[in-house]
Design a protein. Structure first.
Length: 564
């Protein structure tokens, strides 16, 4: 018994000292060095990050690279003032990396150093297969023009007993997804097969089915190159890898979750080309474009974009940044995560212990002219964003509301002072994405009576409010024409090719300023904003339907056209 008691005492002392060490590291991080703190015993450590510094050097310098995000490498360090750390960071920068320091305790670093045992195994296993070849991907991209081409090439691989068939299969899937401009690849095991799907223009399309044996080989291959643990199959894991096409880096964010028949794998394709959309080509109607162009060029103000996940908010924010970019101004973004890297702009990523609020406070100490906050989630972040807009900064961000009129009530709900909001908020924008009809196979179709009634009502509403429908050659009494597309090879038999935005906006003009202090409802805000001459989302959708750009069914899937 005494021995057991002594053991318990020893364990308690050890636990107390460990907690004390972590607490000290956390305090030093914020009070002395002003850098984020990380506990590596509770944080995922990427093998790909550890490979950047040898185990010998990591232990000597007392550092541990634990995560890679694009060209950024997150490095836990024991002593930020060490000359060896400075030299280490300079060497990483020379290799093209941007090191981000995090404060950690010695015990925390030991957790990361223990992972070096896994790296030799991972490198050894990797030699047994083929890396994702950029040259092969480029050749395959020229060969793949439709979804059917992907299946045809995969069939050749799976029936021809090719050497390194698993690596070749992955290359075909990735090349097909990139060539067809898909946003995600889904690999989902079922009872007797595994389903491979591409998300094309926001909609999932079945591509092919794999037998379970091939699925398991593909699963291992993806986990290996994404830096995930092969032995963990009962927990979710996140990883990443990069491939290069024509000298351009495309990041693949990889996620696995356990399922009934195996792990479901999703690879998110972060292709820089997908966000290089000109503001003028996003589907913004001319009057609203003029307003947005003027507002984003002002020296201060808050511009908020609302919409559900997948509605293109990030693409729009990036378009704003590119539109006003100049070497003469300092731009900082706080994102979760940094998905696309923009040249000439400082981008920072939220992490456990480093929130949007922390990022915004830190950004304000960097003398910025423009700040982009990925999302306003709480009252403190909202208040500081509003105050920043009042003190000589232009602030872009997103907010979760259904429409532009919901921005003001939502900010007031977050405890933002309405009197301050009057001066800070410049523009509230809401958006959705719709697929565009294929221009090759698009044809006119008969109009149903209820469709004509609905569209005429919207035409009359826009005309009565003096909104400029005439610039689209539309009138309240025009004949209604609707279009559909049966599908062809050019659109992969979907009937749609590409996407565009449907927008609405409310400018904080004198009339809106007067009602903000009264805590107005969405209906009151909509009624006052109707006089601004800007299309709401229903009217913008109607214009795109009657112009033959998209179908009424597509618009109705994202906007309620019958809402009063």
């Amino acid at each position: 018994m005494p021995q057991d008691f002594d053991d318990k005492i020893d364990r308690s002392i050890a636990e107390f000292r460990a907690e004390e060490e972590e607490a000290l590291a956390s305090v030093l991080a914020s009070s002395k060095y002003d850098i984020p703190y990380v506990d590596l015993s509770t944080t995922a450590v990427q093998n790909e990050a550890l490979r950047l510094i040898s185990e010998e050097d990591a232990r000597r310098i007392k550092v541990a690279p634990f995560k890679i995000s694009g060209k950024e490498v997150f490095v836990a360090i024991l002593d930020p003032s060490s000359d060896d750390v400075v030299t280490c960071f300079e060497e990483l920068e020379h290799k093209g990396w941007t090191p981000r320091p995090y404060m950690a305790s010695h015990a925390s670093l030991e957790h990361a150093w223990a992972r070096y045992k896994e790296i030799s195994f991972a490198q050894e296993s990797r030699r047994g297969g083929l890396d994702v070849s950029s040259a092969t991907l480029e050749d395959l991209a020229k060969e793949i023009k439709t979804l059917g081409d992907v299946k045809r090439i995969v069939d050749t691989i799976t029936t021809g007993h090719e050497t390194h068939a698993t690596s070749r299969l992955l290359e075909v899937i990735l090349a097909g997804a990139i060539s067809l401009q898909c946003s995600d690849v889904h690999i989902e095991p079922e009872e007797k097969q595994a389903r491979v799907r591409f998300r094309l223009d926001g909609v999932l399309q079945d591509i092919l089915f794999l037998d379970p044996k091939l699925y398991h080989l593909l699963n291992s291959r993806i986990k290996l190159i994404a830096g995930l643990k092969l032995t963990i199959v009962t927990k979710a894991q996140d990883g990443r890898f990069s491939i290069f096409e024509n000298g351009m880096e495309i990041s693949m964010r990889t996620s696995t979750i356990p399922g009934s028949y195996g792990e479901s794998i999703v690879m998110r394709i972060l292709d820089p080309k997908s966000i290089q959309v000109d503001l003028a080509n996003m589907g913004i109607e001319p009057r609203l474009f003029t307003i947005i162009d003027a507002e984003i060029k002002k020296p201060n103000g808050l511009i908020l974009i609302t919409g559900p996940t997948g509605s293109g908010k990030t693409t729009t924010l990036y378009a704003f940044l590119r539109k006003i970019y100049s070497p003469e101004i300092k731009m900082i973004t706080i994102e979760d995560p940094v998905e696309y890297h923009l040249e000439g702009i400082t981008q920072t990523q939220v992490e456990p212990g480093y929130t949007f609020l922390d990022g915004l406070r830190a950004a304000l100490r960097q003398d910025p002219d423009v700040i982009m906050v990925g999302e306003i989630r709480d009252g403190e972040t909202a208040k500081i964003a509003v105050e920043s807009a009042l003190t000589g900064h232009i602030v872009f961000s997103t907010l979760h509301t259904n429409n532009a009129a919901g921005v003001i009530p939502r900010l007031i709900d977050l405890d933002v002072n309405p009197k301050i909001l009057v001066s800070a908020l410049s523009l509230s924008i809401a958006q959705r994405l719709v697929r565009k009809l294929c221009s090759v196979c698009k044809v006119e179709r008969p109009v149903k009576p209820e469709e004509e009634t609905l569209l005429r009502k919207l035409l009359k509403q826009a005309s009565d409010q003096n909104k400029n429908i005439g610039s689209y050659n539309l009138t309240a009494d025009m004949p209604i024409k609707l279009f559909t597309a049966p599908g062809c090879d050019k659109c992969n038999h979907t009937g749609f090719k590409g996407r565009m935005g449907i927008f609405e906006a409310i400018k904080t003009d004198e009339a809106i300023e007067k009602i903000i202090p009264t805590n107005p409802s969405e209906r009151e805000i909509k009624r006052v904003a109707a006089t601004q001459g800007i299309f709401n989302m229903q009217e913008d959708g109607m214009v795109k339907i009657l112009s033959g750009i998209t179908s009424i069914e597509e618009v109705q899937s994202v906007v309620d056209l019958t809402e009063e």
